[in-house]
Design a protein around this ligand. Structure first.
Ligand code: PLP
Length: 430
């Protein structure tokens, strides 16, 4: 008999380091034992004890239609019946890539991978090949997956478990990656003017999703593009979280800039593992077999992901849910802010479209340093208070809340009532 969350997690701990297959899932930052889930449906997930949670974690970003959306379930079932991996180009890869390309015109050429990590890794490799340079400029607190070169100063994943240096990543690898403060055009400009001729690419989350939701200030974004162009470096947008989160397409179309390369992942696979990278034709055509840069994947472009992705795009195109997702996020953000103010808690909400983050600090939160200052103890009490009341958010002060299509207005109001209770508790201990 093994019925409780506690018992299942103990079994998991005998198998997986920390009981998890990805460290963000552990409750390292907030304490306690994570519930063990058995299924998701719409806006809800259910743990092994049968408890239901309103889900704002959205699996850390891939979900927008919620769990087990009928159109996706049916696409995956049909795909499974016709072979889950075929080992050659399929019609579905072509159709899906054409649809992505028409939504994101900067993708003159692209390739699918099976994770966002591989997409970033491959984009860096081809950018280095194209420019003949080694250095990558990135920004503190931005997360770009777990490939060696991007694990310096890497935001949510590493910060939540308290790691500033990742053991096993050679120092030589990180020497070629300069991590600069986000939203600081001056530091970026100075660095690029001094040593820009060494820079292969500037890699950025165009709207940050990994130390909270942090939009780029206009001068920062302009400086990235101006200084990269001046130095002959490429600009890589990591849109693994942002693409199809805020609009049908990439966030670059809302920001008004065109990067040289874009990395995709998370949402586009309809909940099935996926990644992609693409952009300028002259850069992508360096990839083997056309060029000298090797990049590969046994499961890249597999039919499950392609057909789930196609079904997802159909639903998003038909329903255009973005206005509604944003309205729900606005209501949540405003309701939480007002309640926190009633209890005189230090609290800032950052929001962009249907995604937002909650920081126990007096605002604004524009940089990684700002996000780090947020109170850990208040956050973990807030997290557990919500969890006890059946509201699921990420167990980290650096992660976002995502609204999803199946969230009802009742879910939103229930969430605010739960938060009000929790804030009252926090006010007693603060
Ligand atoms: C999640 C994420 C990645 C890594 O994607 P995986 O599929 O987890 O490898 C890369 N970049 C950003 C911005 C992400 O949020």
């Amino acid at each position: 008999m093994c019925a409780t969350n506690e018992e299942w997690f103990t079994r998991a701990e005998r198998l997986f380091p920390g009981g998890v297959n990805s460290p963000a899932r552990a409750y390292a930052a907030v304490g306690g034992t994570p519930p063990v889930f058995v299924r998701g449906e719409g806006a809800y997930v259910y743990d092994v004890e049968g408890k239901r949670y309103i889900d704002y974690l959205a699996a850390y970003g891939p979900l927008i239609l919620g769990h087990a959306h009928p159109a996706i379930v049916s696409a995956i079932s049909r795909a499974a019946a016709e072979g889950t991996v075929l080992g050659t180009t399929t019609t579905y890869e072509v159709e899906f890539a054409e649809r992505l390309q028409s939504a994101i015109p900067s993708l003159e050429r692209l390739r699918f991978t099976t994770s966002g990590t591989e997409g970033v890794m491959s984009a860096i490799r081809v950018a280095r090949a194209f420019t003949g340079r080694t250095t990558i400029v990135k920004f503190s607190g931005c997360y770009h997956g777990h490939a060696d070169p991007v694990l310096g100063d890497a935001g949510s994943g590493t910060a939540t478990v308290g790691l500033s240096h990742v053991a096993g990543v050679p120092a030589e690898t990180l020497r070629d990656v300069w991590s600069l403060p986000y939203n600081d055009p001056e530091t970026l400009r100075t660095t690029m003017r001094k040593r820009g001729e060494r820079v292969a690419a500037v890699l950025v989350e165009p709207v940050v999703g990994n130390f909270g939701i942090v939009p780029p200030e206009p001068e920062f974004l302009r400086t990235i593009h101006e200084e990269a162009a001046r130095a002959g470096a490429l600009v890589i947008y990591d849109e693994v979280i942002t693409a199809f989160r805020f609009a049908y397409g990439a966030v670059q179309s809302l920001l008004g800039y065109t990067p040289d390369l874009t990395v995709l992942g998370k949402i586009i696979g309809g909940g099935v593992p996926i990644g992609a990278f693409g952009g300028r034709r002259d850069v992508l055509e360096l990839l083997a077999p056309l060029g000298p840069t090797f990049q590969a994947g046994t499961f890249a472009g597999n039919p499950l992901a392609m057909r789930a992705g196609l079904a997802l795009l159909d639903v998003l195109a038909k329903e255009n849910p973005y206005g509604e997702l944003e309205r729900k996020a606005i209501r949540l953000a405003e309701g939480l802010t007002a309640a926190a103010r009633r209890y005189r808690l230090p609290f800032t909400v950052n929001r962009f479209g249907g995604a937002f983050s909650t920081h126990f600090v007096d605002g604004p939160v524009r940089t990684y340093a700002d996000a780090r200052r947020a109170d850990d103890r208040l956050f973990s009490r807030f997290f557990h208070g919500l969890r006890e009341r059946g509201i699921l958010i990420a167990p980290s002060k650096y992660e976002a809340w995502f609204t999803m299509v199946p969230h009802t207005w009742d879910d939103v109001e229930a969430t605010l009532r739960a938060a009000e209770d929790v804030f009252a508790e926090l006010a007693r201990i603060a």
